[in-house]
Design a protein around this ligand. Sequence first.
Ligand code: PLP
Length: 384
Amino acid sequence: MSDEHIHQNFETRAIHAGNTADPLTGAVVPPIYQVSTYKQDGVGGLRGGYEYSRSANPTRTALEENLAALEGGRRGLAFASGLAAEDCLLRALLVPGDHVVIPNDAYGGTFRLFAKVASRWGVEWSVADTSDPAAVRDALTERTKAIWVETPSNPLLGITDIAALADVARTAGVKLVVDNTFASPYLQQPLALGADVVVHSLTKYMGGHSDVVGGALVTADEALGEELAYHQNAMGAVAGPFDSWIVLRGIKTLAVRMDRHCANAERVARMLVEHPKVTQVLYPGLPEHPGHEVAAKQMRGYGGMVSFRVAGGEEAAVAVCDRAKLFTLGESLGGVESLIEHPGRMTHASAAGSALEVPADLVRLSVGIENVEDLLADLRQALG
Ligand SMILES: *Cc1c(COP(=O)(O)O)cnc(C)c1O
């Protein structure tokens, strides 16, 4: 992050980092530089280093500087989607024969990227319960190059102790990658806890309004940052200027949105715990959650995602999703509007039959920032 922002608090950085007033007009918001190429002042005479928008674009630069500042990193890179960011990271870190430890509870698309795509290029992977550092240590092989962590995880809201796994990774000489999508940098700072790279789906809390798909990588390691930037340009799945702009706009309200997401999710989780049709509530803010203490140590709040299991099994869980009205039935998460889904048939259908298969009676909520009484009323009627 630039020195200018290093002493500022998170909320201030979210609004100002990368958002310098436009030098030409003084516009307080970075313009959307919807352009592919740049006039050169003589051959090689680039203005501000810009020559072609796959390599760099000023609107994307604004977002990338902002992302680096928010995660406490030195290099932020913005991609066309979270999976494009993950693919770039895999290809920059790994060669055929290398091995990665992945969580037993990962985003379905991440699992698919390893199981169906990277495996065809000779990248090996195995699954471990990342909430248990000893299990991760046992899963390491001579060819392990990275440990991949998602915390809180999706959709089971498991918690991994990032600092403990950073120790495991450092001792083994492998990289620790943390997908920080569910927490956002407002709630959790993986680089400060020892992670090497943070992955984001900007589509979720960072954008925050269900109106854009994007991804990011952030690292504090300059050399690794250079390597990732080289691959970003060489592979080309960059975030476009408009998408960069709309994510940057969303990030300005990240802190206030996350406070409300957390407060609403906590109320929803407490109501569900008391509900007779609910057999289990998965929310790291609940004292009975197995990861509660670690979450309290490494997170500023417990997030807006709540999963629960419904008495009566799969059909009952699907029926709850179908009856919800204010909670919109849909995939994705992290927007201001509340969403409900059945992971087994929707987001995690591709994990069926694998070690990552999710319980059939599971319902996942992305609790939005509407009035919480309205949300509670909708869930009560949906549960019947
Ligand atoms: C959505 C998501 C991704 C993938 O991001 P896209 O923007 O959909 O490509 C990765 N990790 C997590 C935790 C996600 O929720």
